[in-house]
Design a protein around this ligand. Structure first.
Ligand SMILES: *Cc1c(COP(=O)(O)O)cnc(C)c1O
Length: 659
């Protein structure tokens, strides 16, 4: 990127003791401009030039520097390019410093203090969390944050270091608590979401501590389930079949007719698609194995002794993944003898194609790969298992086009979404997966196979039980369905599953649906909210800061008085006395709440403010009438912050329960 006079664009950011110059590169990806930040500028000292050199390398300090480059440098780049996005989507907490720099820019433009600037700009930030475990969040020691951020806080944001640290802490008064980037992202955003329904639920638990006394279901984290870019994963043959049934523009449209249209593909067409795709994969895998063997430089007799098998007519089960322990890549190896029996069954054999990588620092992951290699070297396994090295996008493309069944065995709930299984859908591959991530919401018996009981288990014995269940599924359901053929040689039950899987899941787990959902549910409302708050030089922001300040100050005044409940006919009439003290009645609301029961959502009923009570304490009677479906004892009145323009409890998490 160059500036107006044609020189390289250079953005300064301040690190302790020196200035860092960042350069930027633009990549045009379709219609999207992608900007890449780069610290490898000759003007920087050597250590600084390496900041953007490696992902996930180095220690905490390098990580912090990278996140400063991304968050602060990233927002400065947008400013320098005069791009003024209304919505900033923080994909994971790594980029959360953008929240601060975006607020700082608003301060610079309007002269507002930091709290108002944050109240305005956060409305335009959307935070997507990706990890299902708190250990997945980046946390930095207070000392490190002090080293890198004290000047920025005091001189640029006009706040104390303590106030800045508080944005990343559960308890601002604990000087030892590390600074959590996900907490900063939550406090700097107008909406938060996880990446599958289950992950939304898990995330509400993870962030519960930021919303004390709120029911877990009301912790403000929703979800948008991930999807894959379908056209990138479909084979040419699948493309032809989809084009014939659903039209060439199918992935660009509303997706509403896909399910019906794809049903019109005939059994024969679907089966031809599968048999052809399997053969293409087998040929490719053999070629890759031959290259692998050649590159090992073995003596020719040893090389020719290596078994390069695979049969294009055999049921092909595949998986490819990072060999991380939570993915349990060795679950299939739990009982090697039983696995061998499944693979080498004379009438109904199965073959496995595997690919994977372990992180260079992950010794356990590497050990898991070694176990597979040892298994493959057993003479009995000859020709039935292939491990292909260097798992990358190209290899993934071949795998997801050709395999009949994609196996995924994460330990629930560690797979926040998972996407690899989605890539087989368009090609008529079927999923056999743990009920975790996307599969927990996609699975129905008609579309594939499920592992697990839909619950979390810490017990190591559970892995053994699941391995048994996996073998049993393969032996009793998957293998028979594949090899039971009709007079035309077509496996009816198998085809029925393919048809249901393609029709119901392909569009649902595509980026078309994902982008639409983010746009409708997040981006458009965020843009509107940001516009409203920034209008009139941020007047609404100032008002919101005042509202929050009053709430924080006067909340301790509030208390409940007597509750009265009476049932008349088919309705409960419930009233409660609420003393608000110095709280403005307009700044709060009273609700009647009942926990979820019988699989339904929790109930919330707004209570109307009625008569002013005599005596001190600024008391009012609040009342509501509801159907008498549940006992009055199920309901509890509660007091909440209220402002038409604010997100509660995301922006104000006070809550008072009557009992
Ligand atoms: C899809 C893909 C992944 C991610 O797979 P998950 O199931 O989401 O973990 C990783 N690496 C490659 C090469 C892929 O194609």
């Amino acid at each position: 990127m160059r500036n107006e006079s044609g020189d390289l664009l250079r953005l300064p950011i301040q690190l302790p003791g020196h200035k860092v110059w960042l350069r930027a590169w633009q990549v045009q990806v379709g219609r999207v401009a992608l900007y890449l930040l780069d610290s490898n500028d000759p003007a920087n000292p050597p250590a600084v030039r390496g900041i953007t050199g490696e992902l996930y390398g180095g220690g905490a300090e390098l990580r912090l520097q990278q996140e400063l480059v991304l968050g602060i440098g990233g927002w400065r780049l947008l400013r320098a390019l005069r791009l003024e996005p209304e919505v900033c989507h923080l994909n994971e907490g790594h980029a959360a410093f953008a929240v601060l720099e975006r607020a700082r820019s608003f301060m610079e433009d309007t002269g507002h203090p930091f709290d108002v600037a944050l109240a305005v700009t956060r409305a335009g930030n959307v935070f997507t969390t990706h990890t299902p475990v708190p250990a997945g969040f980046d946390r930095f020691s207070p000392t490190l944050i002090e080293l890198f951020h004290r000047r920025y806080a005091e001189e640029h944001l006009g706040v104390s270091l303590r106030d800045l640290l508080a944005l990343g802490r559960e308890n601002p008064d604990d000087p030892n608590e590390p600074f959590n980037m996900a907490y900063l992202a939550v406090r700097g955003s107008g909406a938060v979401n996880g990446v599958s329904r289950l992950h939304g639920q898990v995330s509400r638990r993870i962030f519960q501590s930021l919303f004390p006394r709120w029911p877990a279901v009301e912790v403000p984290v929703a979800h948008v389930t991930n999807g894959v870019h379908t056209p990138s994963w479909e084979s040419a043959a699948a493309d032809a079949l989809w084009t014939k049934t659903c039209g060439a523009e199918r992935w660009r449209q509303t997706l509403t007719t896909i399910e019906r249209d794809v049903e019109s593909a005939s059994d024969g067409e679907l089966w031809t698609l599968r048999t052809t795709a399997r053969k293409v994969l087998v040929d490719y895998a053999r070629e890759r194995i031959a290259q692998q063997v050649a590159s090992m430089g073995l003596p020719s007799d040893e090389a020719s002794a290596i078994c390069v098998g695979l049969d294009p007519a055999v049921l092909t089960v595949g998986f490819a993944r990072r060999f991380a322990a939570y993915k349990r890549p060795n679950l299939l190896l739990h009982d090697p003898a039983r696995l061998l029996r499944i693979l080498t069954n004379a009438e109904r054999p199965v073959q496995l194609v595997i690919a994977g990588k372990a992180h260079p620092a992950d010794g356990l992951g590497q050990e898991l790969i070694r176990t597979w290699i040892q298994f493959i070297r057993r003479p009995e396994a000859c020709g039935r298992v292939m491990f292909i090295a260097d798992y990358d996008l190209l290899l993934a493309e071949h795998f997801v086009r050709g395999v009949d069944v994609w196996v995924n065995t994460p330990r629930r709930p560690w797979e926040a979404s998972g996407t690899s299984g989605m890539k087989v859908l368009v090609n008529g591959g079927l999923n056999l997966s743990e009920l975790d991530g996307w599969w927990a919401e996609a699975y129905e018996p008609e579309v594939g196979w499920a592992l697990g009981d839909g619950k979390e288990h810490d017990d190591p014995a559970w892995d053994a039980a699941e391995a048994e269940a996996l073998y049993a599924l393969l032996e009793r359901e998957v293998v028979p369905a594949f090899y039971t053929r009709d007079a035309r040689g077509i496996p009816q039950a198998w085809i029925a599953k393919i048809r249901a899987s393609m029709a119901r899941l392909t569009a649902q787990f595509s980026t078309n649906r994902v982008v639409r959902e983010y746009t409708d549910t997040y981006y458009v409302p965020a843009a509107a909210s940001y516009r409203a708050r920034s209008a009139d030089k941020g007047a609404l922001g100032t008002q919101l800061v005042g509202w929050r300040r009053d709430l924080a100050e006067h909340w301790p005044d509030a208390r409940f008085g007597a509750v009265r409940a009476a049932t008349q006919g088919t309705r409960h009439h419930i009233s409660v006395e609420v003393y608000l003290g110095r709280l403005d009645p307009e700044a709060v609301r009273v609700e009647l709440y009942a926990e979820a029961a019988n699989g339904k959502e929790p109930e919330r009923h707004a209570m109307a403010r009625g008569r002013k009570l005599d005596g001190p304490g600024n008391g009012y009677e609040y009342e509501v009438s509801i159907p008498d479906v549940r006992a009055t004892g199920d309901y509890t009145p509660r007091l909440l912050p209220h402002h038409a323009a604010a997100a509660v409890p995301l922006e104000a998490h006070e809550i008072l329960w009557q009992r």
